[in-house]
Design a protein around this ligand. Sequence first.
Ligand code: UT7
Length: 321
Amino acid sequence: MSVKSVIIGTGSALPKERVSNEQLASRIETSDEWIRGRTGITARYLAGEGETTSTLGTDAARAAIAAAGIDASKIGLIILATATPDQTFPASATKVQAALGINDCVAFDVAAVCSGFLYAITVADAMLKTGAAEYALVIGAETFSRILDWEDRTTCVLFGDGAGAVVLHADPNAGDRGILASKLHADGRHNELLYVDGGPSTGDQVGKLRMKGQEVFRHAVTNLASVLQEVLDMAGVAASDLDWVVPHQANRRILDATARKFGLPPEKVVITVDEHANTSAASVPLALDVAVRDGRIKRGDLVMLEAMGGGFTWGACLLRY
Ligand code: UT7
């Protein structure tokens, strides 16, 4: 029987401080009406002193490991997706590893911005199938508030901080459960539409996020629809077979447009962008954990994860939970 990667636990973590649109509007020239109307966002969580990508990632990982009911020492692989690592190096995955007290395993970061979790879970799935480990921890964690230009109202209102994690088990007796199909893409020609204007090899600044929102929006709707169809075709299932779609939470209007395109009723789409805003690589595992913990996503459900972000990078992953 072939090995499949099965999610056996999910977890998430948010910073302590919740900032509503009204609170933001008291600091910069914006309004709750504009943010809510254009994006569906009503609030976001922002990291405070002592809260970093690795501390949020560690908290999410602890919750996922507890939900999985395994000892942390069983984890043989940690992949952390982030565009906002604690340090340029080492990988934040190794900081999570140390915080969890796992003394020897494979640990590295993946940089695919908002698609990071899709990249990370797809790589983890492939590695588990080669026998690299029996249990993998896959984390999406970000502190985008630290790379936002708080003078640029067109971007700073859109993002938030947080982390989500899953434990994957390489299960030889998974039956019909586990990751069924996934597909990743990148098109490096679109760097100037969504990027950070700094970095270790181009200057001495960490840099700030820059985005041409309208153009990113158009690419997102097209690319997400095409990769979703690709993965449905790979698995030989129809959109109507899906129990849940857990999309990257960038903008409520993108989520609604994608759902409409596939004839999916809105109640099958997990939405957290209203409360979390766009948390980049953290958004898919955060939304997944919310829907697992509130009882919407149940064992045996057919679930599609999807995301699109800077690079551009995009991808989708179909699994039976
Ligand atoms: O996670 C990675 C992927 N990222 C995305 O998917 C983001 C994709 N893009 C979007 O979600 C949307 O394009 C935005 C939410 C960023 C912008 O929505 P939009 O409907 O494309 O608005 P816009 O950029 O066309 O801006 C319209 C107006 C402008 O004013 P004028 O020139 O029409 O007078 C802006 O100056 O809204 C103004 N504006 C604001 N007003 C109040 C821009 N930002 C704000 C703001 N508050 N925060």
